[in-house]
Design a protein around this ligand. Structure first.
Ligand SMILES: Cc1ncc(C[n+]2csc(CCOP(=O)(O)OP(=O)(O)O)c2C)c(N)n1
Length: 875
């Protein structure tokens, strides 16, 4: 590290510290809304400096210094030089054909995933020349693993990255020039093609070794990028609508142009996404390597990141205990074990505390060292030079090998957990004072003084000067506008462009009917589905998924048991054979990670279609949908999106089989997720059309859709009598897709008898039951209109109000629970719209669904529907 670089990183650290102080100052007179600080964690400046500005980053909330450095790197792209190119990928060519890819995946235990097409039989993975932390437990498993700067001890297969990239890029300029004061930014990528300026520092005793003493320039104005970064952060603190990523909706570190993806305040919830991003980055890299650059007329690869990017995600030490974190570590290790590449650098910033709860002595290192498949690096985060050196090694290792690693950065926490935290209540004065002695900003200052780069007085002056600049910017942003109306707040939540969605469906139909017709017929084995019906719900979804995979080249279908087995109900049968393991693959058994893969893949430009095997199993992972997927537009003002169609098999009526877990009828937890689309198809023909709509909406608007499939109707064929085949439907030929398009939020209405006496509003299994009940009522002379909502969110409010008004008597048939069930929303929508007629509900009992015949006691029955209608008419 050069002296000039150290001076720059010092500036970043000081800017971050001054931002913390400004946050408290703003709070002191009620103009600041956030006081969690980065103080004590400023060593993360070194991590940013060790990465490329294009490496996507998902940051801990103590990342002020990282953010400043990233902003500075981005502002000076010329300073960026490639480092440690990935190990040449033999396998991409080896397994270019689908059959070989599948063999590779099978070899990996069926565990192929995004990128699974090429990685499983990866020769390098098992190559003894590349010692992997997980290979023999030597480093990770036996407690004797490396730590400190030697953690990334020279890997026998690692040529010096510095030599390699310098040779590969002989024309690369030094990252910055010391004779250009003011224009300097920290060198990106550390020991990379930066020639003389950046050297790997050896051990760094306190005498300044490890720093290449370059005379400090006389005047060092705060780089504009640091001031810009400070402005971003301050805007977040004052909830300014001009804040660059969330626009005042939250205080986050994020900016699309800096490749910093905003994270929520739910600790560790970003880690599953980071793993998904790593898999997606690698998949797209392999895809590109295989097909070469896009040809004229060909759509460009959608990847927003460089092919050799690595993903970095940071978090605190207490967070490593969280289920989301352990899921992410496990998934990264699991995929690594199968031979798939996940270039993710986990960075644990270990200050020894949660809020007040201490991490037990040695626990963090023990836990992080023992993660299978994840290489362990450790550094003192209070020592910028050491942290930089180890971060460079760790990042280069991940980049070269495309494998996960964790960087354990020991830090301290200064100024408490947040502004209001009186840490003296749970920490001794001695403990707090000991942390102050390890202040990383002071440590960097000491290094600068020891190296003769500055005097203490100069650095104090610098500290104050930056403080004044930050304070001045704080004053400037104070009066910036805040979000001023509900409409403004929700504007980026879930954009809906129904006309474009309809056009996308029509275009897909035109393509499938025209230029894509031959390939489509071949994919369907010579007989397109419109000639093969009529279909059940399951068959129809299967055909629509096939058409979706044909229409959307970036679409991937994945989940537990969906590939080799074809799903527990056969809904995805044959898809892997038709499209290969790169696009249709089995995942490990972890719903959090399945959704995390979707989150990362969506962000990478793919169209993920994950499956949750049963609705009951969505619940332990739902934060990934609620907190992560659905909030991305909100926290990024639409700059980033994670389109997704989550297929979920659910609802009840399995004739008592499987009890609650196969009959879960609770969707309340989904209904209030802002912006989420919830589709519940009841009929085979609606299912295909609605799936097309969801895919188009995800592709066009970035929508997050839950496609809830009623298991009990998957294989249902008849409606009124055995063998009538009335619950089967033909599959639309592509030319008819546009005409049969089902927009989001539009219901279907059936008239039964005169259709004048009662309006039955229902969905899912309730549709079939209500039609049967309506038929019985018609025999009694009672005419019904049965409204299938089709969409639980957004509810088809206009349709249901119109149909309710048509009879003035509404019976809501709700197979979910009476409390928190869909019926509450329907009745509320009617009341809100001024409906003044009669209304009743039949709904599931507030209970879990029991095993066997007892299930009938808690579920809605046809008898209850007819009774409900009669009671309504008797009033
Ligand atoms: C899932 C979740 N549970 C609880 C919290 C409340 N909370 C916020 S920060 C924090 C402590 C986190 O400690 P650590 O991961 O060590 O990070 P540090 O703040 O020490 O940097 C807690 C419990 C949260 N944000 N998310």
């Amino acid at each position: 590290m050069t002296g000039a670089q150290l001076l720059d990183l010092f500036d970043a650290q000081v800017t971050s510290r001054q931002l913390d102080l400004a946050g408290r100052w703003l709070r002191s007179f009620g103009e600041g809304y956030y006081t969690i600080s980065s103080a004590g964690h400023e060593g993360n400046a070194a991590v940013a400096a060790a990465l490329r500005p294009t490496d996507p980053a998902l940051l801990h909330y103590r990342s002020g210094a990282f953010y400043c450095v990233r902003a500075a790197q981005s502002a000076a792209p010329a300073a960026v030089a490639p480092v440690a190119a990935p190990v040449p990928d033999q396998t991409a060519d080896d397994h270019a054909d689908g059959a070989a890819a599948e063999r590779a995946a099978d070899h990996a235990g069926g565990g192929a995933g995004i990128g699974g097409e090429a990685g499983a039989s990866d020769s390098e993975h098992g190559d003894s020349a590349v010692p992997a932390a997980s290979d023999n437990g030597g480093e990770n498993g036996d407690g004797t693993g490396t730590s400190g700067p030697s953690a990334g001890a020279p890997d026998p297969s690692d040529e010096s990255p510095a030599h390699e990239s310098t040779a590969a890029h002989p024309g690369v300029e030094p990252a910055f020039s010391t004779d250009a004061p003011g224009g300097r930014v920290p060198a990106a990528n550390g020991p990379t093609g930066t020639g003389r300026d950046v050297e790997m520092a050896g051990p760094t005793p306190a005498d300044g070794d490890g720093v290449d003493p370059v005379a400090a320039p006389e005047s060092r104005p705060l780089p504009g990028a640091y001031a810009d970064a400070a402005r971003d952060v301050l805007r977040g603190m004052v909830a300014s609508s001009q804040e660059p990523i969330a626009g005042g909706r939250h205080k986050v570190f994020g900016r699309a142009d800096l490749a910093v993806v905003p994270t929520t305040s739910t600790i560790a919830s970003h880690l599953p996404r980071a793993v998904g991003m790593g898999l997606a980055v690698e998949r797209l890299r392999r895809q590109e390597a295989r097909r070469g650059p896009a040809q004229p007329g060909e759509p460009p690869a959608p990847a927003p990141w460089a092919a050799d990017a690595i993903v970095v995600c940071s978090f605190g030490d207490a967070s490593i205990n969280h289920a989301s974190a352990t899921a992410a570590f496990n998934t990264a290790g699991w995929y690594d074990h199968t031979g798939l590449r996940i270039p993710v650098l986990f960075v644990c910033e270990d200050n020894g505390l949660g809020i007040s709860v201490r991490s037990p002595q040695g626990w963090v290192a023990t836990a992080l060292r023992s993660k299978p498949g994840i290489r362990y690096f450790a550094a003192d985060g209070a020592d910028l030079v050491e942290a930089y050196q180890v971060a460079v090694e760790a990042a280069a290792w991940v980049r070269r090998h495309r494998r996960p690693a964790v960087l354990h950065l020991t830090t301290v926490r200064l100024m408490g957990h947040a502004g209001a935290d009186a840490e003296s209540a749970y920490r001794s004065a001695g403990e707090i004072a000991a942390d102050v002695l390890r202040d990383p900003v002071a440590a960097t200052a000491r290094r600068l003084v020891d190296a003769g780069l500055a005097s203490g007085a100069e650095l104090l002056e610098r500290y104050d000067e930056i403080g004044w600049q930050v304070r001045r910017i704080a004053e400037e942003v104070l009066d910036e506008p805040k979000l001023a109306s509900p409409a403004e707040v929700i504007a980026p939540l879930a954009p809906r462009r129904p006309l474009r969605v309809a056009r996308a469906v029509a275009d897909a139909g035109a393509q499938a009917a025209g230029p894509g017709a031959a390939a489509r017929t071949e994919t369907f084995g010579g007989k397109p589905p419109e000639l093969a019906g009529p279909f059940t719900l399951a068959q129809s979804i299967n055909a629509a998924l096939t058409d979706g995979l044909l229409s959307h080249p970036q679409m991937a279908v994945f989940g537990e048991d969906i590939a080799a087995k074809g799903g527990v109900y056969g809904v995805t049968k044959g898809l892997r054979d038709r499209f290969g393991v790169a696009r249709v693959f089995d995942t490990l058994l972890d719903e959090t990670s399945i959704l995390g893969l979707g989150l990362g893949a969506g962000l990478a430009g793919m169209l993920p279609v994950p499956e949750i095997q049963y609705l009951a199993y969505l619940h332990n992972a739902e934060d990934q949908l609620r907190g992560e997927a659905a909030s991305m537009g909100f926290f990024s003002q639409g700059a980033l999106r994670n389109p997704m169609v989550v297929r979920v098999a659910g609802l009840a009526y399995q004739e008592g089989f499987g009890g609650h877990f196969h009959n879960d009828n609770s969707v309340a937890v989904l209904r209030d997720v802002p912006g989420l689309v919830i589709a519940v198809p009841a009929r085979p023909d609606d299912a295909a059309a609605m799936l097309r709509t969801c895919l188009a909406s995800a592709a066009v608007d970035g929508s997050v859709c839950v496609f809830l499939e009623p298991i009990a109707l998957y294989h249902t064929r008849d409606l009124y009598t055995d063998g009538d085949g009335e619950w089967l439907a033909g599959y639309s030929e592509p030319g008819a897709w546009a005409g049969g398009h089902v927009p989001v939020g539009r219901a279907r209405v059936y008239g039964v008898g005169s259709a004048e006496d009662v309006t039955i509003i229902t969905f899912g299994n309730g549709v079939r039951m209500s039609l049967r009940a309506a038929s019985a009522l018609a025999d009694e002379g009672i005419g019904s209109r049965v409204v299938d909502l089709r969409w639980l969110a957004p509810l088809p409010v206009a349709d249901l109000i119109r149909e309710a008004a048509a009879t003035g008597r509404v019976l809501v048939v709700d197979e979910t629970r009476r409390s928190g069930g869909v019926g509450e929303g329907v009745i509320a929508a009617l009341v809100d719209a001024g409906y003044v007629g009669a209304a009743r509900r039949v709904a599931g009992v507030d209970s879990f669904v029991p095993l066997g015949p007892a299930a009938r006691h808690v579920l809605v029955s046809e008898e209850a529907i007819t009774e409900g209608a009669r009671t309504l008419l008797a009033r």
